[in-house]
Design a protein around this ligand. Structure first.
Ligand SMILES: Cc1cc2nc3c(=O)[nH]c(=O)nc-3n(C[C@H](O)[C@H](O)[C@H](O)COP(=O)(O)OP(=O)(O)OC[C@H]3O[C@@H](n4cnc5c(N)ncnc54)[C@H](O)[C@@H]3O)c2cc1C
Length: 369
C-alpha cells in the first residue's frame, strides 16, 4: 500500500483545479457535480454565441490521467471526519480535504406572474439561455455589474435583439467605476444595442415586461438575473463546519474541521467574501501549500477588474477612494485615486497597456513612478 497522503477536492472550478495541479506527492481525487470537465467559467457567455462547452475546457481528459488526478463526477452531500459521501452512496476517504464549492447565482423574487427567469453561472445555464434567446424578441438583464454587462453585450452581439440592463444604482459598475467613466461605457453599450436603465427599481414582472416603480415598462421576453452570488457553504454547514456568509477559514485557509481546508468563492476570510477568479486561483495555490504542510499566510491581492465592453477596455485597480486626479486624452481616460500622497487605486478606460505599470504603483507615492 502507498504511504502517500490522499487529498480529496470538492469542486472542479478554478480553485479546485488549481489546487489539484499544485498538490505534490499526494494521491488526488477531484470531485465535480457538473456534467462537463472543468471549464473556464468566465467565458461561458461564448456559449451564447454558439461555442460548445468542450472548447472551454481548462484541460483535456488526458491531462488528469497524466497528472495522476482521479476525476470523479458526483455530488458530495456530507463531509465526515475522514471521508466524503456522495449522493449515490459512494464514500471517498481522505487524509486532507479541500472544499472548493464556488458560489450560486442569486435570484430575486419578483411580484407578478412571470413564469420563467434565468441566471448565468454554469455552462448548463448558458446552454439553456441560448436556447430561449434563439427565439426571443427581447432580453433583459437585472443587474449592471461586470457579469450582467458582459452577458448583455454578448446577447446583443449574438442575437441582434433589443437588450436592456436594469441597475438600481445611479450608474453601472458602481464598485469599479466613477460616474464619468460609467457614462462613457453606457454610451458605448447603447451604440452596440444595449440600453442601460439606471436607478431602476423593479416593481413586478410578467412574461413580456418588467415594470419599474417609476411607471416605466421594459420589454423582457427573456429575463436573466445577475445580482450577485451566495457562497456555496451548504454542505460544509450541514457537516458541522463553521460558516457565516461563507465557509470560515483562517489565514492558512483551514476550516474549523481538522484536515479540512476551503478556497475560492465559497470562503469567508475575516468579514470578506470574494467572487473573483483571481482570488480563487490564488487560494487554490495557497490552500495546496497549506495542505502539504507549508505555513503560508494567504494575503489577497489588491482588487482589480478587467472588462471589455463595446470595444472599450475598462480596468479598475485597487481602492477607489481619496482625491481624484483625471488624465484624459481622446478616447483614453485615466482616473487616479490618491490618499495622503499615496496612490490607492485607478480606473483606466481604453488604456489596458498601462495596467501592469499602474498596478505596480499602487501603495507607492503618487507621481513617483
Ligand atoms: C459568466 C461569468 C463571468 C465571470 N467573469 C469573471 C471575470 O471576468 N473575472 C473574474 O475574476 N471572475 C469572473 N467570474 C467569477 C469567477 O468565475 C469565479 O470567481 C470563480 O469561478 C470561482 O472559482 P471557484 O473555484 O471558487 O468556484 P466555481 O468556479 O464556482 O466552481 C465550483 C465548482 O464546485 C462544484 N460543486 C459545488 N458543490 C458541489 C458538491 N456538493 N459536490 C461536487 N461539486 C460541487 C460546482 O458545480 C462548480 O463546478 C465570472 C463568473 C461568471 C459566472
Amino acid at each position: 500500500m502507498s504511504n502517500r497522503k490522499r487529498a480529496v477536492i470538492i469542486g472542479g472550478g478554478i480553485a479546485g483545479v488549481q489546487a489539484a495541479s499544485s498538490l505534490k506527492e499526494m494521491d488526488v481525487t477531484l470531485i465535480s457535480n457538473e456534467p462537463f470537465l472543468p471549464y473556464y467559467r468566465m467565458r461561458i457567455e461564448e456559449i451564447l454565441g454558439g461555442k460548445d462547452v468542450q472548447s472551454l475546457y481548462i484541460h483535456p481528459r488526458d491531462w488528469y490521467e497524466e497528472k495522476g488526478i482521479e476525476y470523479l463526477e458526483g455530488n458530495v452531500s456530507l463531509i465526515e471526519k475522514d471521508a466524503v459521501l456522495l449522493d449515490d452512496g459512494k464514500r471517498v476517504p481522505f487524509d486532507r480535504l479541500l472544499i472548493a464549492t464556488g458560489s450560486q447565482a442569486r435570484r430575486l423574487e419578483l411580484p407578478g406572474d412571470r413564469k420563467e427567469s434565468f441566471v448565468l453561472r454554469t455552462a448548463s445555464d448558458a446552454i439553456a439561455l441560448r436556447k430561449v434567446l434563439e427565439n426571443a424578441d427581447s432580453f433583459t438583464v437585472v443587474g449592471g455589474g461586470l457579469l450582467g454587462l458582459e452577458a448583455a453585450y454578448a446577447a446583443a452581439c449574438d442575437f441582434h435583439i433589443p437588450v436592456n440592463v436594469i441597475e438600481t444604482a445611479p450608474y453601472i459598475l458602481p464598485r469599479q467605476l466613477d460616474e464619468d467613466s460609467a457614462i462613457l461605457l453606457q454610451k458605448k453599450l447603447a451604440e452596440n444595442g444595449v440600453s442601460v436603465i439606471v436607478s431602476g427599481e423593479i416593481e413586478s414582472a410578467d412574461d413580456h415586461f418588467v415594470y419599474l416603480k417609476d411607471g416605466r415598462k421594459v420589454q423582457s421576453a427573456v429575463l436573466c438575473f445577475s445580482v450577485g452570488v451566495n457562497p456555496g457553504k451548504d454542505i460544509a454547514a450541514a457537516s458541522g463546519i463553521a460558516t457565516d456568509r461563507g465557509i470560515l477559514v483562517d489565514s492558512h485557509l483551514r476550516t474549523s474541521m481538522e484536515n479540512v481546508w476551503a478556497a475560492g468563492d465559497a470562503v469567508q476570510l475575516g468579514d470578506r467574501t470574494f467572487g473573483l477568479a483571481v482570488y480563487a486561483r490564488e487560494m487554490g495555490i495557497a490552500a495546496a501549500s497549506s495542505m502539504m504542510g507549508e505555513a503560508v499566510d494567504y494575503v489577497p491581492s489588491e482588487p482589480s477588474a478587467l472588462l471589455k465592453v463595446g470595444g472599450i477596455d475598462v480596468v479598475s485597480l485597487g481602492l477607489l477612494r481619496g482625491e481624484k486626479i483625471v488624465e484624459a486624452s481622446g478616447d483614453t481616460r485615466k482616473t487616479f485615486y490618491v490618499e495622503d500622497g499615496i496612490l490607492k487605486g485607478a480606473i483606466l478606460i481604453n488604456d489596458k497597456a498601462s495596467m501592469m505599470k499602474v498596478k505596480a504603483m499602487i501603495g507607492r507615492e503618487y507621481g513617483r513612478a
